[in-house]
Ligand binder design. Structure first.
Ligand SMILES: CC(C)(COP(=O)(O)OP(=O)(O)OC[C@H]1O[C@@H](n2cnc3c(N)ncnc32)[C@H](O)[C@@H]1OP(=O)(O)O)[C@@H](O)C(=O)NCCC(=O)NCCS
Length: 169
């Protein structure tokens, strides 16, 4: 059976494409940066073997985000869970040196459009550590509404105050 892969999506400056082995050096760099890891909990792993497993575990909703000009990995966007073809949970991580350029906004916007028009999802959610200001700023700019902050809740294997955001597509 053919491997299910995320479809290519082009934006002004970026290409979203399936994960590939050539992404591994930059993935290692991203996941070994303490600022990137600060709110990601006990996952993701940071060793090369796990990165190989990660790039080979492709699905229809896990994208590498690469610069259009060079095809260089700068981050990833994923919908790790879809409930009843209706609700998707969105996640994203970008290399530290590529924060502050609007790349996350550009990439996540494109995935949201794909969720609406191709996957036909009706709602997206995001669960964010309440202290993760860059992520909260991004998700609010994307139009999500803060539903509640869940005190001392489970987030990626840790206990944190969790901001639950939701958006009707
Ligand atoms: C969350 C995360 C992706 C946000 O990245 P980001 O680069 O801050 O997000 P954006 O793409 O929205 O970029 C915003 C900044 O780019 C600036 N910018 C520059 N050029 C821009 C352009 N052409 N378009 C839009 N914004 C632009 C904006 O002014 C903004 O800066 P500001 O916040 O100082 O006003 C990043 O912090 C990250 O990877 N964190 C670690 C992983 C993580 O926590 N993931 C989320 C788990 S819930």
């Amino acid at each position: 059976m053919a491997i299910k892969e995320a479809p290519n999506i082009q934006t002004e400056r970026l290409v979203l494409r399936p994960r590939a082995d050539k992404d591994i050096p930059n993935m290692l760099k991203m996941f070994n940066n303490e600022e990137v890891r600060e709110f990601l909990g006990i996952n993701p792993p940071r060793d090369e073997h796990s990165m190989i497993e990660m790039v080979r575990n492709r699905t229809e909703t896990k994208w590498t985000v690469a610069l259009k000009d060079t095809d260089e990995f700068i981050g990833d966007v994923m919908i790790p869970q879809i409930a009843e073809g209706y609700l998707g949970e969105i996640g994203y991580r970008f290399m530290r040196e590529h924060w502050g350029s609007g790349f996350a906004y550009e990439a996540v916007s494109a995935v949201m459009e794909h969720c609406k028009s191709t996957l036909n999802l009706k709602r997206l959610s995001a669960t964010i550590d309440d202290k993760n200001m860059p992520s909260k700023k991004l998700i609010e700019k994307l139009g999500f509404t803060l539903v509640a902050v869940l005190p001392e809740s489970h987030l990626h294997g840790r206990v944190a105050d969790v901001a639950y955001y939701s958006l009707k597509l």
